[in-house]
Design a protein around this ligand. Structure first.
Ligand code: BDR
Ligand code: CA
Length: 334
């Protein structure tokens, strides 16, 4: 299978981090750049986490571009109650050895595909603020990418941050609305929280397997998801914690994992009661579809890709064994 050139937009928390490992160390992807945005954590913290994750995968060469510090019109409501104050399970990770770039994420999202038209796949794992800001400057942006995959929404309308909304859409629904208005089913595919809940749950047996692998990447992935595991038990009632961003990344890297999908007309609510909820029109008289929605993936295939990747030894120091003290608030990024 050819290696896929990628741009990844992320609000790096603990599941984004695992998605970055999948793409950076799995042999199917070639990350050309990472852009960061406020979401799970403030953008500076997410940038620090992206650098740490890439370092764990042995990829200190990948540029990381910090982006928007707040949603388009709203104040930032982070998910630190889920992913930990540092977004990475509060396990005291040391600072990365590398620094982020000065070029803003939105400029990076605009310029990379202009330099490589039609070549790059964009994977978004975060509120869509950077992407919407880029679309306002270049309405044809999506046609310049090979394809755009987004971890976004919940096509069965079962929410994780509200009764009916998924976090990435809820955090910046105005941005999501701009994205849906620019999307076509040929250019944009969404992998929602429904897929993660059904086909990407790390059961206690999976968690034990991950812990026992013993490689730096597996230990890192296991430990940073500590607080998410608690939250999943208390809030979602799932038999383990789910991995929304890794399963979205896996679909981008290996689309034959998809077992069920549909094309539909999708809008996003910006109303108070239903903030961030997907409005899916499946009537015969609905407007033309604008988005491809993945509904199910091959769970066994996904977990095989995950465990195979995390079993790989990488030629790098591990942040988990680095003894440098971490002083809160001194991370890279803006
Ligand atoms: C999404 O929200 C974030 O907390 C996760 O990183 C993921 O991108 C899941 O709803
Ligand atoms: Ca995310």
């Amino acid at each position: 299978m050819p290696v896929l050139p990628l741009l990844v937009d992320t609000d790096t928390g603990s599941d984004d981090a695992v998605a970055l490992l999948l793409a950076a160390a799995g042999g199917l992807g070639d990350i050309r750049a990472v852009t960061t945005v406020a979401g799970n954590v403030p953008v500076g913290t997410g940038t620090r986490n992206a650098l740490i994750s890439l370092e764990t995968a042995g990829r200190t060469d990948i540029p990381v571009h910090p982006g928007c510090a707040r949603p388009m019109t709203r104040t930032l409501s982070s998910a630190q109650h889920i992913h930990g104050e540092d977004g990475m399970g509060d396990i005291g990770l040391p600072d990365p050895s590398t620094a982020c770039r000065n070029t803003h994420a939105v400029d990076a999202l605009l310029s990379y595909p202009r330099e490589h038209p039609g070549e790059l796949t964009l994977v978004t794992l975060a509120p869509l603020t950077n992407i919407a800001a880029a679309l306002l400057r270049d309405p044809g942006l999506f046609t310049r990418y090979r394809h755009v995959y987004c971890m976004a929404g919940a096509a069965d309308l079962r929410g994780n941050i509200s009764p009916t909304a998924e976090f990435n859409l809820w955090a910046d629904p105005e941005a999501a609305r701009i994205v849906t208005q620019a999307a076509t089913p040929d250019t944009v595919t969404w992998i929602g929280w429904d897929v993660s809940r059904k086909d990407a749950v790390m059961t206690p047996a999976d968690q034990q397997r991950l812990e026992q692998l013993g490689t730096p990447m597996a230990t890192f992935a296991h430990r940073i998801n500590r607080t998410v595991a608690d939250w999943a038990r208390e809030v979602t009632g799932l038999p383990g914690y789910d991995l929304p961003d890794p399963v979205a990344m896996a679909v981008a890297l290996k689309p034959d994992l998809i077992t069920e999908q549909e094309q539909a007309h999708v809008a996003v609510s910006v109303a108070d009661d239903t903030r961030g909820q997907m409005i899916i029109d499946r009537r015969v008289s609905a407007p033309a579809p604008n988005i491809t929605l993945v509904r199910r993936v091959d769970e066994t295939g996904f977990k095989q890709l995950l465990f195979d990747t995390l079993s790989t030894p990488v030629p790098t120091r591990s942040p988990l064994t680095d003894t440098a003290p971490h002083v809160p608030g001194t991370g890279s990024g803006s």
